[in-house]
Each structure stands twice: as structure tokens, then as C-alpha cells.
Design a protein around this ligand. Structure first.
Ligand SMILES: NC(=O)c1ccc[n+]([C@@H]2O[C@H](COP(=O)([O-])OP(=O)(O)OC[C@H]3O[C@@H](n4cnc5c(N)ncnc54)[C@H](OP(=O)(O)O)[C@@H]3O)[C@@H](O)[C@H]2O)c1
Length: 192
């Protein structure tokens, strides 16, 4: 290191939600009605362009290229940032024990993009750190109760309510899959 602080990577979120803003069922399982091929293609292609993926211990993006990707796995089981003993491409991070900067520096990332892929608390934590963009895929399928995309979603509070509270605005919206009525929204920080 030459004394110049490395630039922070861009933080970009990706989630697919039910009509009610849920990412999973109450038991933590992934609802098959949210497995939409057009979304999977968009998602996996976007992750291929990211420098690393960040997610909680019970989530991952899946797919055939998973093992090759660098990743940050959130867990309360460690007291500092450590390389995952089972995966040299991953670091284990406990946000209560170490700042985010230490984590991505441990991965050796100077800038680039970190793709944040959930679950609920992880999406919420990165709202506080500040997303540069959030891609919210909205399925027409109903999963009325379950794990929300952000803490606080449900009981009348929508994902867009929460994004708005964190200064995020809708940048664009397009139909991703007509047959299932799936729409992809891109949110970004107001004024950026
Ligand atoms: N629809 C979507 O876009 C989407 C996105 C992501 C996930 N999902 C689905 O959601 C389900 C899993 O959801 P989940 O919320 O249980 O998963 P998760 O966030 O992947 O895993 C929860 C675990 O992550 C760790 N963790 C989370 N927040 C933390 C924090 N602030 N500090 C330290 N550790 C933290 C904890 O691990 P320890 O127990 O090790 O401490 C916690 O038990 C799966 O079915 C998955 O497929 C769907």
C-alpha cells in the first residue's frame, strides 16, 4: 500500500420479490414461483461482471459459475474478517466485529462492483452503507407472508417505501418477461 486509500467498490443490490415484497417463504425456503428464467439470465450475467458477491450464510446466487466467483459471506460466527477455510475465494465477515472497508481490502479489491444478493438483513445492512444501484425484479406471483426484501417490508410497507426512506429513486423500469408479468426496476441514489 502506498498510503493512498483504495477506492470503495460500487455496491449494487439484486433481488427478486413477490407482489408483496417477499424474497423467501417464512421457513427460509426459496419460492419456486420466483424462479423466472429471464430473471436468472439477467442476474447471472450481471454477477459475471461483478468483482465479488456479498450475501448471508444461508444465501448464494447458485448457478454453474458460483465456485469461481469471489465472495463476502456475512456470519456472526467469526470475530474478524477471515478467509473461509472451505473456500479460498471467500471471506467471512461479521459487521459487528470489523468495518466493511477491512472486508473488501482483505479480498484485494481496489474498486469494481460488489453485488449484494441478500437475504433480508444483508439487504438492510447495505442500505445503511449506501447502494449505488439496486435492481429489484418484481414478479407478479403472490407470496403473501415470508422473508421481506428489506427489514420492515410487509403490513402495508412496500419495498419502494423503504428504498425511498434511504434516498433511493426509481431510475428505470422494463418488462423482463411478458408471459409471467415480471418487471425489472433499477433504483439509484437521488441526485447521483
Ligand atoms: N428472492 C431473492 O432475491 C433472494 C435473495 C436472497 C436470498 N433469498 C432466499 O432467502 C432465503 C435465505 O434468507 P435469510 O435471510 O435466512 O438468509 P441469509 O441472509 O443468507 O442468511 C442469514 C445468515 O446470514 C448471517 N447474517 C445475516 N445478517 C448478518 C449480519 N448483519 N451480521 C452477521 N451475520 C449476518 C447470519 O449467519 P450466522 O448464522 O452464521 O451468524 C444469518 O444466520 C433463501 O431461501 C434464499 O434463497 C432470496
Amino acid at each position: 500500500m502506498n498510503g493512498v486509500a483504495p477506492r470503495r467498490p460500487r455496491l449494487v443490490g439484486f433481488a427478486i420479490v413477490s407482489r408483496e415484497g417477499m424474497i423467501a417463504r417464512s421457513d427460509g425456503s426459496f419460492p419456486p414461483e420466483l424462479r423466472i428464467p429471464a430473471d436468472q439470465t439477467f442476474y447471472q450475467d450481471a454477477l459475471d461482471k461483478a468483482s465479488a458477491i456479498a450475501h448471508g450464510r444461508h444465501s448464494s446466487e447458485g448457478g454453474p459459475r458460483r465456485a469461481a466467483r469471489r465472495r463476502i459471506v456475512l456470519t456472526r460466527r467469526v470475530e474478524r474478517v477471515v478467509t473461509d477455510p472451505g473456500n479460498p475465494n471467500a471471506v467471512l465477515w461479521n459487521p459487528a466485529a470489523a468495518p466493511f472497508d477491512e472486508t473488501w481490502m482483505k479480498l484485494g479489491l481496489d474498486d469494481g462492483t460488489i453485488a449484494v444478493v441478500g437475504g433480508t438483513d444483508v439487504f438492510g445492512l447495505f442500505l445503511n452503507l449506501g447502494y449505488d444501484a439496486f435492481f429489484l425484479t418484481r414478479a407478479a406471483a403472490s407470496v403473501p407472508r415470508g422473508r421481506p426484501v428489506f427489514p420492515g417490508v410487509g403490513d402495508g410497507t412496500t419495498p419502494e417505501d423503504v428504498l425511498g426512506r434511504y434516498g433511493m429513486v426509481l431510475r428505470s423500469s422494463r418488462v423482463l418477461d411478458e408471459a409471467t408479468g415480471t418487471v425489472l426496476e433499477e433504483w439509484g441514489p437521488k441526485g447521483a
